[in-house]
Design a protein around this ligand. Structure first.
Ligand SMILES: [Zn+2]
Length: 295
C-alpha cells in the first residue's frame, strides 16, 4: 500500500487486492414508496469503474441524477437529490445498502421519484444486491481518509468525522427524550457482514404522537405500521422490534446512507449524537470538499 498526500486529505491506494466493484447483473423490485406513496420499480444495474452511483428516472426520459453532495436539496426527514430539475427522494436506505455491502459503482433506475419503502430498512435492497451478485472491476478502489476533523452541530446535536486507519466506523447516540425510548449508543465498523446482519435490517420509525401530524404535513403517504415502526409507550404499534436498539441502529444506517452521497469509500470514524439528515448532509458536503481540495 502507498499513500498519496495532497493538501488536506489523504487518498489511500492499495497496492494489491482492493478493487472497485459493481453488480454482476441487474436486479429489480417493485413496491410502494414511503413518503410519496407511488407504485415504483427499482432496478439496480452494473456500472463502469469510476462512475459511482447514478440515479436514473425512467419516467423522465432516463434523466440522470449523479449521487454527489452538490445535488442535495434541503428538505425535512429524508435525503433528496436533484439535478437539472429532476429529483429522487429518500435515497438513503438504498445507498446505505450499496455502500454497506461494498458496491462502488451502480446505476439505480427508478420508475418514480422515490424508491420502494420495503419494510422501512435496507433489507430489501440488501437482498437485491445479493440476487445480482458483486464482481470486482479492473480498477483500484481508493479510500479517502480525512486528515482534518469535521464537526457540525452544537452541544445537543452533533456529528464529528475523524480519520480512521481502516474503513468506516460509526458511533451513534439516540436520545428522543421520552422514557420509552431511552438514550442508546450503538457502534459498528461498517463491513458487508455487519451491514447485512446488524445495520441493514433496522427499520425507520416515528413516534405515535408525530405520525398524524407528519401525514397531515404530506410525509409518509405510503407509510404504515409494517414499513415504519410507529412507536407508542408500549412499543411499536402492530409490530415488534428486531433488535432492542433498533431505533439507534436505524439512525446509524441513515448516517451510512447520507455519507454514501459523498461518492467516496471512507476511512473515517464518525461520532454522531442525535444527528439527522440535515447534519449528516453538511458533513457529506464537507468531506467531498476536503476530498476535492486534496486532488
Ligand atoms: Zn432512514
Amino acid at each position: 500500500m502507498y499513500w498519496l498526500r495532497v493538501g488536506g486529505g489523504v487518498v489511500r491506494r492499495h497496492s494489491a487486492a482492493m478493487k472497485q466493484t459493481t453488480l454482476a447483473k441487474s436486479a429489480s423490485m417493485t413496491g410502494t414508496s414511503l413518503h410519496e406513496g407511488h407504485e415504483v420499480t427499482l432496478t439496480l444495474k452494473p456500472a463502469d469503474a469510476g462512475s459511482g452511483y447514478v440515479l436514473v428516472r425512467t419516467d423522465r426520459d432516463g434523466a440522470r441524477i449523479r449521487v454527489h453532495p452538490d445535488n442535495i436539496q434541503e428538505v425535512q426527514r429524508r435525503t433528496l437529490l436533484m439535478e437539472n430539475g429532476v429529483e429522487v427522494h429518500t435515497v438513503e436506505h438504498v445507498l446505505a445498502a450499496l455502500y454497506g455491502l461494498g458496491v462502488d459503482n451502480c446505476v439505480i433506475e427508478l420508475s418514480a421519484p422515490e424508491p420502494p419503502a420495503g419494510d422501512g430498512s435496507s433489507k430489501a435492497f440488501v437482498e437485491l444486491v445479493r440476487e445480482a451478485g458483486i464482481i470486482e472491476l479492473y480498477a483500484d478502489r481508493p479510500e479517502f481518509t480525512p486528515t482534518e476533523t469535521i464537526e457540525v452541530g452544537d452541544e445537543k446535536v452533533s456529528i464529528k468525522v475523524e480519520p480512521n486507519d481502516n474503513g468506516l466506523v460509526v458511533n451513534y447516540t439516540l436520545d428522543y427524550g421520552v422514557p420509552f425510548m431511552p438514550r442508546t449508543t450503538v457502534e459498528f465498523a461498517v463491513t458487508p457482514e455487519s451491514f447485512e446482519n446488524h445495520i441493514g435490517p433496522a427499520r425507520t420509525f416515528c413516534l405515535e404522537k408525530e405520525a398524524q401530524m407528519l401525514q397531515a404535513m404530506g410525509f409518509g403517504k405510503g407509510a404504515n405500521t409494517q414499513n415504519t415502526l410507529v412507536v407508542s409507550p408500549d412499543g411499536p404499534l402492530e409490530n415488534s422490534l428486531r433488535f432492542d436498539d433498533e431505533y439507534a441502529r436505524h439512525k446509524l444506517l441513515d448516517v451510512v446512507g447520507d455519507l454514501a452521497v459523498t461518492g467516496l469509500r471512507l476511512s473515517a470514524r464518525v461520532t454522531a449524537v442525535k444527528s439527522g439528515h440535515s447534519q449528516n448532509q453538511l458533513v457529506a458536503k464537507a468531506l467531498r470538499k476536503q476530498y476535492e481540495e486534496s486532488r
